[in-house]
Design a protein around this ligand. Structure first.
Ligand SMILES: *Cc1c(COP(=O)(O)O)cnc(C)c1O
Length: 400
């Protein structure tokens, strides 16, 4: 079949809740992917940071195959021989006390909202059904009704109400706004260390440190959504390490499986997860042996193969070189590690067209909002590959 035919099938039978670039991929290896016509592309999106370890990492693939041949799903009605090992490895790696495994990122966020509300009633003494959670403008935490209900992006919410109550919104990057928004009923503060979907928005230096101390002072649980920033993306295992803090709760997902399988987790440093009793929360697939085995190897290769340091070094290089691109279209280049945004002026006519031009030259990236191009390749990218990309990015952005 040809590219056009695959696209026609998707358009005819699929819901149109995405507007993908018209490239039909059928193979991937490392930082490279190939379309059905055999054309090769450098993947600068890495599936929204779910394939930090690179496409089809051989060791993760081996684990996937071997575990598939042994045992895939037990449900949590029974125990399995992978779960405890994943817990221990995750806790040691992230200095956490407790783990709750789920599948998608959105489920991890939903889980933490439940746990933090319960904690507020049982431990903090908030009156029944009065718990509040503070979140930020331009947040992205997933697509469930509750999560889009406190999104500030009209497109994500419009037509999906009524929504879950109990959320307050404050500006991102403004610690004073947090301090003034806290009430005796505030249970938690949910925030991304760097806002990814909003367009790689980096808060002022010291923000997370301030937020941490405000939360501590007011007995508010600090929840960092590291589903995108975590696992090496920003050049550290967790983005909180850039400010030397430890959140009460960190959420990870995406790259936790290296892109093989949906695996997410709530990592808790406090007694928060301890409030959950048997039967109060669960998931048929959460914590299954296939997910756990894959996640264990995905974490191991991230560390053993130096991907986090490579993210820091290559991210710094990529950012510096992008800043040197002379183009009247570019408003700002910003990033942390290999999480980089190039914001174009509105006069450039939208980032989408430039993503399409880059695709023509063999680079896959995706616009976020209208004017920002995100560059977030797998963390194994080399200097030569970045140079290859830069040559093409320069061509596309220098034109016009
Ligand atoms: C992707 C993402 C989510 C949602 O994860 P899903 O697996 O798509 O449900 C939540 N928070 C952040 C910061 C994300 O980037």
């Amino acid at each position: 079949m040809e590219t056009r035919q695959y696209i026609e099938l998707e358009e005819k039978y699929g819901a149109h809740n995405y507007k993908p670039l018209d490239v039909v991929l059928s193979r991937g290896q490392g930082v490279w992917v190939w379309d059905v016509e055999g054309k090769k592309y450098l993947d600068c999106l890495a599936s929204y940071s779910a394939v930090n370890q690179g496409h089809c990492h051989p060791k993760i693939m081996q684990t996937m195959i071997e575990q598939c041949q042994k045992l895939t799903l037990t449900s949590r009605a029974f125990r399995n021989d992978q779960l405890g090992l994943l817990y221990e490895e995750l806790c040691k790696l992230t200095n956490s006390h407790k783990v709750l495994p789920m599948n998608s990122g959105a489920e991890a966020v939903e889980t933490v909202i439940k746990a933090v509300r319960k904690w507020a009633y049982k431990v903090k003494g908030v009156p029944k059904d009065q718990a509040e959670i503070i979140a930020c403008e331009n947040n992205f935490h997933g697509r469930t009704i509750t999560l889009v209900g406190f999104s500030t992006e009209e497109l994500y919410r419009e037509g999906f109400g009524p929504f879950t109550p109990g959320f307050n919104i404050i500006p991102f990057g403004d610690a004073e706004a947090l301090e003034s928004a806290i009430t005796p009923n505030t249970a938690g503060f949910l925030v991304e260390p760097v806002q990814g979907e909003a367009g790689i928005i980096i808060p002022p230096d010291g923000y997370l440190r301030k937020v941490k101390s405000i939360c501590e002072k007011n007995q508010v649980v600090l929840i960092l959504d590291e589903i995108q920033t975590g696992l090496g993306r920003t050049g550290k295992l967790l983005a909180e390490q850039h400010e030397g803090i430890e959140a009460d709760i960190s959420l990870i997902g995406k790259a936790l499986s290296g892109g093989f399988y949906p695996v997410s987790a709530v990592l808790s440093n406090t007694e928060v997860l301890g409030v959950l009793r048997p039967g109060e929360h669960g998931s048929t697939f959460g914590g299954n042996p296939l997910a756990c085995a894959v996640a264990r190897t995905a974490l191991r290769v991230l560390i053993e193969e130096g991907m986090i340091d490579n993210s820091a070094a290559m991210g710094a290089y990529f950012l510096e070189e992008l800043k040197k691109v002379r183009s009247p279209l570019i408003k700002e280049v910003r990033g942390r590690g290999l999480m980089i945004g190039v914001e174009l002026f509105p006069e450039a006519g939208g980032a989408r067209g430039y993503c399409e031009k880059l695709m023509g030259l063999g680079i896959l990236c995706k616009e976020t909002h209208d004017h920002i191009i995100r560059f977030a390749p797998p963390l194994i990218i080399t200097k030569e590959e970045i140079d290859w990309a830069l040559e093409r990015i320069g061509k596309v952005l220098a034109k016009h």
